[in-house]
Design a protein. Structure first.
Length: 166
């Protein structure tokens, strides 16, 4: 199912959408569609590694962590993984800044913690490197707000991905 329009998506190789399940054998229960919140990519072609011929699904993100930037769907997890390639110059902690509740934005704004060994004079160069990597790998050009090391709180379980400013 398309996570934004909730319309069904044709099952074909490379299709991406939210997993929806229905329990068909449960007795004394209504037939309910349950949206799991997982965004998966479907593969219908034969597996090149083992030869499996059935459908395969790869979880690529969560529907609640997805944001659409100028028509490009980007997941918070992929932004974080991309930033982690630059450790130790960045700590890996980040927030996606949302200025309104819509999942669609025209400019991706990120708040990123720079590493403890980075000086203020090096931030412009690091920002250009982050923008270059994000543009080539994720097709987005973010605005970066810098945060001092250890300033973004961490949680014992799932870290917040978004910083709401509305």
């Amino acid at each position: 199912m398309d996570p934004t329009t909730h319309e069904p998506i044709e099952v074909r190789d490379g299709a991406m959408g939210e997993t929806v399940v229905t329990h068909l054998k449960k007795q004394a229960s209504p037939y309910l569609r349950y949206a799991t919140g997982d965004i998966v990519e479907i593969h219908t072609s034969e597996c090149p590694a083992c030869g499996f011929k059935g459908y395969r699904a790869k979880v690529v993100g969560r529907a609640d962590d997805m944001i659409t930037v100028k028509g490009v769907n980007v997941f918070g997890r992929t932004i974080k993984e991309t930033l982690q390639k630059l450790t130790p110059r960045v700590t890996g902690r980040m927030r996606i800044i949302k200025e309104d509740p819509s999942p669609r934005v025209t400019t991706l704004k990120l708040r990123v913690e720079y590493g403890p060994d980075i000086e203020q004079g090096q931030l412009d160069e690091l920002e250009q490197e982050i923008k270059s990597i994000m543009k080539s790998e994720l097709r987005v050009n973010p605005e970066i707000e810098w945060a001092e090391p250890e300033s973004l709180q961490t949680a014992s379980h799932k870290q917040p991905m978004f910083e709401k400013r509305y």
